[in-house]
Design a protein. Structure first.
Length: 403
């Protein structure tokens, strides 16, 4: 089978996902086009160089509706002969776009692809698409649906994680992100975003809160306690599904959960011939991909079984992985991953994660693939695994190997 290589990985800085965020003036299509143009320009590509643009975004309504991938191509400097495929695997959409592109190349369907995603959470609010699993009572009852924050608190309760441990992980994420920015570890991948006059409006992640302490986080109210304990009583729904739990321990809040932000990311993927044609040197090969369905109520445990699956399918063990990027949707997600595999915390999210920098839903999967690639190169290590939990109970993972 043909190998699929990563030739480049870029991302925007993450902007605060609200009206006063620096990227709020930029539409989803415009930000996507800026990232596509960066891939084209950085790698000296002609506008018709790739087979397709596969683009993930989660809330596919309004300006993020239709086939946003094709809209982004037409808004960019790529040739109109390049089509576009918009996909949605919730929080793993950007990763799934990369994985689909890689597997298309491995199967011989084209030489090169641009894959990634976007989410402008300040312009297109999460949940504004009215997902059936959340709003259709027949589905909600069948699946014992609860909001994601409740799911995160179920994980904490089920696996014995405390508020103090979650807050400590959050502070570590902030400290690591601050150190990474000070050390210019993201410089290779960041594309500064400019306005229509060419003036820079954002060139670094603006959600971060350096100097956050465990003591300060201890003063925050648990975000999901009221919705769990008051009507409609999501805790009662959870306890119907998990009767062995006496009560749900609500430990998550804004400080130890992922931030609502705007952002986009892209990965340039091709076979050997693609690199030779455009004079590009491969940075890594995409060694394996995987996806899996999981319990839709606890919802966010997917990184554990999908990692088990991708390792087993490829004859690997957890010890074969040098670095891990586990999306920090909530603190308990990462804590459960490290608990399940007994992984050294110094191998996981070493440059911080979504708790510190934010989680632009459709883009994050592509972002963390780029992050682990940059860190493999910086440290001279060989193999990295990126994984995410996914709404409604799924998991996705990608293993890359530096070349």
């Amino acid at each position: 089978m043909t190998e699929a290589y990563i030739y480049d990985a870029v991302r925007s800085p993450r902007g605060k996902g609200r009206k006063d965020g620096s990227l709020h003036e930029v539409t989803s299509a415009a930000l996507s086009a800026k990232i596509l143009n960066a891939v084209k320009e950085r790698n000296g590509l002609d506008g018709h160089a790739v087979e397709d643009v596969i683009w993930g975004n989660v809330t596919q309504v309004g300006e993020q509706g239709g086939c946003l991938a094709r809209t982004a191509v037409l808004a960019s400097d790529l040739d109109e002969s390049i089509p576009g495929l918009a996909i949605n695997r919730f929080c793993a959409s950007g990763m799934e776009a990369v994985n689909i592109a890689a597997n298309q190349i491995k199967g011989g369907a084209g030489m090169g692809y641009i894959a990634g995603g976007v989410e402008m959470m300040g312009r297109v609010p999460m949940g504004s698409d009215g997902a059936a699993i959340a709003v259709d009572p027949s589905l909600a009852m069948k699946t014992y649906f609860v909001p994601q924050g409740i799911s995160a608190d179920i994980i904490a309760t089920q696996y014995g994680f405390t508020r103090e441990e979650a807050d400590a992980l959050a502070v570590q994420s902030q400290n690591r992100a601050e150190a990474a920015w000070k050390d210019n570890r993201f410089a290779k991948s960041i594309v500064p975003i400019t306005d229509q006059n060419g003036l820079t409006i954002l060139d670094r992640d603006e959600y971060m809160r350096p100097g956050t302490t465990v003591e300060a986080l201890g003063n925050l109210k648990a975000s999901f306690k009221d919705m769990g304990e008051s009507m409609p009583g999501f805790d009662k729904v959870a306890l119907m599904k998990y009767p062995h739990l006496e009560k749900i321990n609500h430990i998550h809040h804004a400080g130890n959960s992922s931030g609502i932000v705007d952002g986009a990311a892209a990965v340039l993927i091709g076979n050997k011939e693609f690199g030779e044609k455009w004079g590009l040197k491969p940075r890594a090969r995409i060694r394996a991909t995987a996806k899996i369905g999981t319990d839709p109520t606890i919802m966010l445990t997917g990184p554990v079984p999908v990692t088990q699956k991708i390792l087993a399918d490829n004859g690997m063990t957890i010890n074969d992985i040098d670095l891990f990027e586990v999306n920090e949707a909530f603190a308990a997600v990462v804590m459960r991953f490290m608990q399940a595999f007994d992984v050294d915390e110094n191998k996981v999210n070493v440059n911080g994660g979504a708790i510190a920098m934010g989680h632009p839903l459709g883009a994050t999967g592509a972002m963390i693939i780029g992050t682990v690639l940059d860190e493999l190169e910086r440290t001279g290590k060989g193999v990295g695994l990126a994984t995410l939990c996914i709404a409604s109970g799924m998991g996705a993972a990608t293993i890359i190997e530096r070349v």
